[in-house]
Design a protein around this ligand. Structure first.
Ligand SMILES: [Zn+2]
Length: 82
């Protein structure tokens, strides 16, 4: 009885996942900025990666503040997640 609805729901979920909202998932290899660091930071968008990156820099690299030039480098190093 609910088969039709189930299939419809599945295709809707698939369509939603393909679009993925407005932002594309992003990732940042910390090693691009901090040679020797193997951390990979992922987020649903650039803002999330930046936030997680700041947190990682704080905890792993003892950077309590991110200077503007560093923030620009971080932004440039953020890539689309494949
Ligand atoms: Zn790191």
């Amino acid at each position: 009885m609910d088969r039709g609805d189930g299939a419809d729901m599945l295709s809707r979920v698939r369509g939603h996942r393909r679009k993925g909202g407005l932002a594309m998932a992003k990732m940042l290899r910390c090693g691009d900025l901090m040679p020797g660091c193997n951390a990979v930071i992922e987020g649903k968008d650039e803002a999330e990666v930046m936030a997680k990156g700041a947190e990682h820099a704080k905890t792993a690299h003892k950077m309590t503040t991110i200077p503007p030039d560093m923030a620009a480098k971080v932004k440039a190093a953020i890539k689309d997640k494949k």
